[in-house]
Design a binder for this molecule. Structure first.
Ligand SMILES: CC(C)(COP(=O)(O)OP(=O)(O)OC[C@H]1O[C@@H](n2cnc3c(N)ncnc32)[C@H](O)[C@@H]1OP(=O)(O)O)[C@@H](O)C(=O)NCCC(=O)NCCSC(=O)CCCC(=O)O
Ligand SMILES: Cc1cc2nc3c(=O)[nH]c(=O)nc-3n(C[C@H](O)[C@H](O)[C@H](O)COP(=O)(O)OP(=O)(O)OC[C@H]3O[C@@H](n4cnc5c(N)ncnc54)[C@H](O)[C@@H]3O)c2cc1C
Length: 683
């Protein structure tokens, strides 16, 4: 499904001609500047013009095994070609400097490349070496000491004999990682650790790329020295022979089977039987084990969880991309599809002219744009806190953990919901594999669970919020992202609807945190332990954290909008203003129950906001196609019969149907074997 030079559908031509914004200006801003936009386009052409990267058939027609083998072949060609690209040009942002040095920024850029438009275009069921880059390397980088980094990092970066993954989750435990059972016993005599899987539930289960692809893992295991327990530590273990790729002695490894999506990732299981590794393969930036078996505690035990924080920060960006791919497909489809006259004798309108259709699609576009603003903020914030940590200041870590957890949860959950709503907004055709919602949804919904399950992460944020609430009662200084809790004044409804709505969302969050805190106190008074009280307040706590995330997203969008409007062309600034308003009002209206519970707002004021919201949908309507064009998703990135730039939806639907292997022969063999005997009463 290339962007072919054929004629563009008349409706799309008209939409583009009538828009008041320039897609190209938007694209430039969205990409972070002209140079980056050009660079990204050149990189995409470099891959998309290469016939080696065309799939021989639609992946929905491949078996599980076929898809894996095809993806690995393509994945390795991808890396080779990317290296070639970088030899030809100086390394640039977005391609991850595969031939250059390695730092966390490079890994960030590489991650955005493989989870972003180019990566999802080439690997609709995810990149088959994903975990090597997304978790194995960041863990070596952040948890190895200087010696270990010298020994492993450069080699791992160039995949010189090393393909790694991050093996934490077990069959019995994913969330509660202190409950992991894999053991690493230190043998001081040989200066080795001995790894074992003591039970079925102790099997590592889920790590990506682990089934057949990886030959090394960072494994999280419980450290024991002379029988004494020292908690979880990371160990570097070779699981397959570097030359033959046969499992090493004592290693039981395999693939866990087909999933809802991301089937190229080859998630695996792994058991250890007396597997020995040298002492210097415990990653020791933090805690250390000396040759004689002395355990030296690290300055910051929570660094062990550092890779998870890094990945959570990036997930906000990942799911934003998926949501906007789906929104682009649905917008273009709705601009070409015509159905159901509005006036009895009028021609059928573009379905995008039904206001309810606008209400399905535009809030998702707006949401994606606001998530992007939050993702950029979060990445800057992460870098700042990491610099502070390196300098020995850990003050900002709890706020980073709290913010990344609730944003990861809420952005993932709402993107999942949004992608599904966009699929439904395409009617029946949205259900076809050739529309590509299945792959987009499959990737986005995995992120709801991995790297910390939705509710579990909200509860992490809630712990922080409740503690901060107590601090606010004691008039202590609060971190920036929750400073709004200090303001205990009631909402004063002014003419500025946007400011009203943002403040109302903050009041909801602050009130819900207070209620959660009160419930914990009540349960404590009833004699419950602190932990049981937290469990019994779990619904209040988790919904308070989600409310906090929404309040943050709204406030951040408003703040960023103000900054942007100083630098952008007025018509673009104006459309971004519409989108921020749509996002905030949509959030407000979806939370109306809570909003009314915690704010004194009259019915007429809600009506005023509803009317403004509906007006905004209509105001945004003329720019909808131009705006999604500005995300600059190549047709290969959307991979959809419904979303192509030229709008030839019906031609493509039919072309794809005809390519279906079932249509290769006029009569399928099942007729003679089964249907005919049935009809002749011979079964
Ligand atoms: C749920 C928790 C956070 C609970 O941990 P715990 O040890 O029981 O800790 P606790 O007693 O609740 O808390 C102790 C304290 O540590 C804090 N904390 C917890 N995690 C972090 C962090 N990352 N950074 C900074 N601080 C952190 C907590 O908030 C607690 O603080 P507090 O005592 O309240 O001040 C943890 O176990 C966890 O993170 N679970 C989720 C597991 C997870 O995310 N697994 C990811 C596996 S890899 C994966 O999925 C890869 C897919 C990637 C892909 O395909 O791209
Ligand atoms: C596609 C995919 C890729 C993955 N890749 C990797 C990988 O590369 N490496 C790796 O190590 N792992 C990986 N994982 C595992 C993943 O990190 C875990 O599945 C995830 O952290 C959730 O843990 P769980 O499966 O134990 O869920 P559970 O914790 O069993 O969740 C089940 C239910 O219990 C609830 N629950 C659990 N604890 C609590 C609590 N304290 N309070 C309230 N409710 C609770 C949850 O909210 C949820 O509703 C992957 C998973 C998936 C789906």
């Amino acid at each position: 499904m290339e962007r072919v030079s054929m004629e563009v559908h008349a409706d799309l031509q008209r939409e583009r001609a009538a828009a008041t914004i320039s897609s190209e200006h938007f694209a430039e801003w969205w990409a972070g500047g002209r140079e980056r936009l050009e660079e990204r386009r050149a990189l995409e052409r470099y891959f998309f013009d290469d016939p080696e990267f065309n799939d021989p058939k639609h992946i929905s027609f491949m078996s599980y095994k076929e898809l894996y083998e095809h993806s690995v072949a393509k994945g390795t060609r991808f890396l080779a070609k990317l290296r070639e690209w970088q030899r030809l040009r100086a390394p640039v942002d977005g391609t991850g400097g595969l031939t250059g040095g390695l730092d966390i920024k490079t890994l960030h850029d590489f991650r955005l490349l493989i989870s972003g438009p180019l990566g999802t275009a080439l690997f609709q069921q995810s990149f088959p070496l994903r975990l090597h880059f997304a978790m194995f390397l960041p863990t070596l980088l952040n948890q190895g000491d200087e010696e270990q980094k010298k020994q492993w990092l450069e080699r791992a970066w160039h995949m010189d004999g090393i393909i790694g993954t991050y093996a934490q989750t077990e069959l019995g435990h994913g969330t509660f990682i202190r409950g992991l059972e894999t053991r690493a016993d230190y043998d001081a005599e040989h200066e080795e650790f001995v790894l074992n899987t003591p039970s079925l539930t102790a099997y590592k289960w889920w790590p990506g790329n682990m089934g057949q692809t990886a030959n090394m893992v960072v494994v999280l295991a419980q450290l024991y020295i002379k029988g004494k327990h020292y908690g979880l530590q990371p160990f570097l273990v070779r699981i397959r022979n570097e030359q033959t790729h046969e499992p090493e002695p004592g290693i039981d490894v395999g693939d866990i089977g087909a999933k809802l999506g991301a089937n190229a990732v080859n998630n695996g299981f792994l058991g250890f039987r007396n597997v020995r590794i040298p002492r210097d393969q415990m990653l020791m930036k933090n805690a250390k084990v000396l040759p004689d078996g002395t355990f030296v505690k690290g300055p910051e035990p929570l660094l062990l969880y550092g890779t998870m924080v890094f990945v959570r920060v990036l997930i906000v960006h990942d799911v934003m991309v998926g949501l906007l791919q789906a929104a682009t497909i649905a917008t273009r489809y709705a601009a070409v599809r015509r159905q159901s006259p509005i006036e009895p004798n009028a021609p059928e309108p573009q379905i995008l002219d039904h206001l309810t259709q606008q209400a399905k699609i535009f809030p998702q576009i707006a949401r994606g744009v606001c998530y992007r603003l939050a993702a950029d903020f979060l990445w800057q914030f992460y870098q700042r806190i990491m610099q502070q940590l390196e300098a020995g200041n850990r003050k900002g870590l709890p706020e980073l953990h709290a913010l990344s957890c609730c944003l990861k949860s809420v952005c993932t959950q709402e993107s999942n919901e949004g992608i599904d709503a966009l699929r439904k907004a395409c009617g029946g055709q949205g259900y076809l594999a050739s529309a590509n919602f299945d792959n987009i949804y499959g990737l986005a919904t995995a992120a709801y669970t991995y790297e910390g399950e939705y509710t579990v992460l909200l509860l992490q944020t809630a712990r922080f919020l409740v503690r901060q609430y107590e601090d606010s009662l004691k008039r202590k200084v609060l971190p920036d992202s929750i400073n709004y809790m200090r303001d205990t004044t009631r909402l004063r409804w002014t003419k500025n609807l946007l400011a009203n709505a943002v403040r109302a969302l903050e009041i909801v969050a602050a009130s819900k945190v207070r209620v959660a805190w009160e419930q914990i106190r009540l349960e404590r008074k009833r004699g419950q332990s602190a932990q049981q009280a937290a469990n019994l307040a779990g619904i209040q706590l988790s919904t308070a954290a989600a409310a906090h995330a929404r309040a943050f997203l709204a406030r951040n969008s408003l703040r960023e909008l103000k900054k942007l409007q100083r630098n952008l062309k007025p018509e673009l600034g104006g459309v971004l203003q519409q989108l921020v308003e749509i996002f905030v009002y949509d959030t407000f209206l979806r939370q109306l129950g809570d909003i009314l519970k915690w704010n004194h707002i009259a019915v007429v004021q809600v009506t005023q906001l509803e009317q403004r919201y509906e007006q905004l949908l209509r105001d945004f309507r003329p720019n909808a196609v131009a705006l999604v064009d500005g995300f600059d998703f190549h047709d290969r990135v959307l991979g959809s019969t419904l979303g192509c730039y030229d709008g030839r939806i019906y031609e493509r639907l039919m072309e794809e149907a005809r390519k279906n292997p079932l249509n290769e022969e006029p009569v399928n063999s099942s007729f003679r074997m089964h249907l005919q005997p049935l009809m002749r009463g011979k079964l």
